[in-house]
Ligand binder design. Structure first.
Ligand code: PEP
Ligand code: MG
Length: 588
């Protein structure tokens, strides 16, 4: 690539998804060489394997189209060069030597698609590398790059170890899966920036949990990085600075000190009770994605774990964990909370959450967000569900727990799980295994619009509700939570969403079952008064948000917030709602 060598400061804008300021050398990783599984297939698998390969081609082509549309925002020679390169990738993926070669290799050699891609790539790249023209020889890298992307889309799980990068680096990459992010060590990775991704996607959620400053959806992020030796990621403002001048750097160092001091100050609120000005107690709990966060939850004064996402146990590994393995991990987390309640959710893979160990179960959805994900997957593969429930019941013998089901859309799903829970409990008791006694409450996520609208019916079969505003917003407004191109439309203040929250809360109050909000909305102090005004008394969020929300709660007068919520619910326009809420927040 003809990179323009310049040390001039450049500023790029994206979506700030995890606050904090990272200053350090960039560690640029594009779609690098992935781990390639290889195995033989029999004749009957040839066609399904070719279909799986075609799906990966379609996905790769779609990613490249998206990267191309973002490249148009990059001005000058770098943008032009990026455009050419992406054109070349696109060409490689459409009816070319590579794709034809892979399909016939799957058939003739009877190997899996990943192995066929790898072999074809090596063959074509060798041919290019031997060419006398240096420009053409350099295209071998492009071929490898296109192949690596295909393989990642086949394996669905990019294994990327960030443990090898120099401490203090800032990771720059085109896209980052939640599983990759979970592998990041906050002591080593100062921050990250990605070219794609939305604020409510799981990559962003994990970044916030790990307190790694992050900006996603940055157009032109990876263009012209050769001459860049220092970068700043401002996760609060959504800004990335390349080659900052001495003055900019000093300015950001100052801001970082102020930010860390603020964080320290907020940490002082740990033991302060979360009560409103008119003395109503609000339950503030933590969302937890990884075992190490139990410590963060307690440090930030969480009253419990309101949402323990169990997907981490299935990520970054080849096979699914068995009952004992899951039990031991969960037992330690429950014990770690020292008697505070822990709400454990069954597996929620699918959509933007992938898990390599389950990739075989997850293939074939044209539209994964609407496909076989979460509870649907658990009910289809009963063994998966039974193993999880057994592990949860056993962990429940070590402290108070609740069981939560993701993506519920009808009462029958809850009934089926309850039956399954009872039969697993009976089996464990027969074997004299110690389990939670009585059985933990069984609750449902309200995150599908249909579930919110049927909340009264669901309340008859559920012991509690947890409103997942991330998916509820996504499905209500038809906006992909991980797509930066529509991120500006992702608005929890849309009247439709607020009605669904209100409707669900009222249904729970009528049925006298607890209701919490555990989507990202709960962790933003801006929304606290509105949620409380709508009747919610229980919020669960990423631990770093706890002190901020607590401080806000302590300034809220519940009677006034309820009145303001009533006015807000009469509005038809989100801008007006935002103005009314901000005005209320500014008063106290
Ligand atoms: C949600 O959808 O709001 C939620 C809390 O679940 P997750 O983010 O894990 O999908
Ligand atoms: Mg969800």
């Amino acid at each position: 690539m003809n990179a323009r060598k310049t040390k001039k400061e450049r500023v790029l804008e994206g979506l700030g998804v995890s606050p904090g300021i990272a200053i350090g050398p960039p560690h640029v990783t594009e779609y690098g060489a992935p781990t390639v599984p290889e195995y033989a297939i029999d004749e009957s698998q040839v066609e399904p394997e070719q279909v799986r390969f075609k799906a990966a081609v379609t996905r790769s082509a779609r990613q490249i189209r998206r990267l191309k549309s973002r490249a148009q925002a990059v001005h000058g020679a770098a943008g032009e060069e990026l455009g050419y390169l992406l054109d070349a990738y696109q060409h490689m993926l459409t009816g070319s030597r590579l794709t034809d070669g892979v399909e016939s290799r799957i058939e003739s050699k009877r190997v899996n698609a990943e192995a066929a891609v790898q072999a074809e790539i090596s063959k074509i790249a060798r041919g290019f590398a031997n060419l006398p023209d240096s420009y053409m020889a350099a295209r071998a890298d492009d071929i490898r790059e296109a192949g690596a992307r295909l393989i990642r889309n086949l394996t669905k799980e990019p294994f990327r170890a960030f443990s090898m990068i120099p401490a203090g680096s800032v990771v720059f990459t085109d896209e980052l899966s939640p599983a990759d992010t979970a592998l990041m060590d906050p002591q080593r990775v100062a921050g990250f920036a990605t070219a794609s991704g939305g604020a409510e996607g799981h990559t962003a959620i994990v970044a916030r949990s790990l307190r790694i400053p992050a900006v996603v959806g940055v157009p032109g992020l990876l263009g012209d990085m050769e001459s860049v030796d220092l970068v700043i990621v401002d996760g609060g403002a959504g800004r990335v600075v390349l080659n900052p001048s001495a003055k900019t750097r000093a300015d950001y160092e100052r801001r970082r000190t102020v930010y860390l001091r603020e964080r320290q100050k907020f940490a002082g609120l740990r033991k302060t009770p979360a009560v409103t000005r008119d003395d109503t107690h609000i339950d503030l709990s933590a969302n937890v994605e990884l075992p190490l966060e139990v410590k963060f939850a307690l440090e930030n004064g969480a009253q419990g774990i309101g949402l323990l996402r169990t997907e981490f146990m299935f990520m970054n590994r080849q096979t699914a964990p068995n009952e004992t393995e899951q039990y031991e991990i969960l037992r330690d987390m429950v014990k770690g909370m020292g008697g505070k309640p822990v709400t454990i959710r069954t597996l929620d893979v699918g959509g933007d959450k992938r898990a390599h160990s389950l990739s075989e179960l997850l293939i074939g959805s044209e539209n994964p967000a609407l496909g076989l994900r979460a509870i649907r997957l658990s009910l289809k593969y009963r063994k998966l569900l039974e193993t999880q429930l057994a592990a949860f019941l056993r962990a429940g013998a070590h402290g108070p727990t609740r069981i939560l089901l993701p993506m519920i859309s009808n009462v029958d799903e809850v009934r089926q799980v309850r039956e399954c829970l009872k039969s697993v409990a009976r089996r464990l008791k027969r074997r004299k295994v110690r389990i939670a006694d009585p059985l933990p409450p069984l609750g449902v996520m309200i995150e599908v619009p249909g579930a919110a609208l049927a909340a009264d019916a669901l309340a008859t079969v559920s012991d509690f509700f947890a409103i997942g505003t991330n998916d509820l917003t996504m499905y209500t407004l038809a906006i992909d939570r991980s797509d930066e191109q529509v991120a500006h439309l992702f608005n929890p203040l849309h009247p439709a969403l607020l009605r669904l929250i209100q409707f669900t809360t009222q249904a729970a109050l009528r049925a006298r079952i607890p209701v919490s909000v555990c989507g990202e909305m709960a962790g933003d102090p801006r929304y606290a008064a509105l949620l409380l005004g709508l009747g919610v008394r229980d919020l669960s969020m990423a631990s770093p948000s706890l002190p901020h929300v607590k401080q806000r709660v302590r300034n809220i007068d519940l009677t006034a917030a309820t009145m303001r919520a009533q006015i807000i619910m009469e509005q038809i326009n989100s801008d007006r709602i935002a103005a009314l809420l901000d005005e209320f927040n500014a008063l106290a």
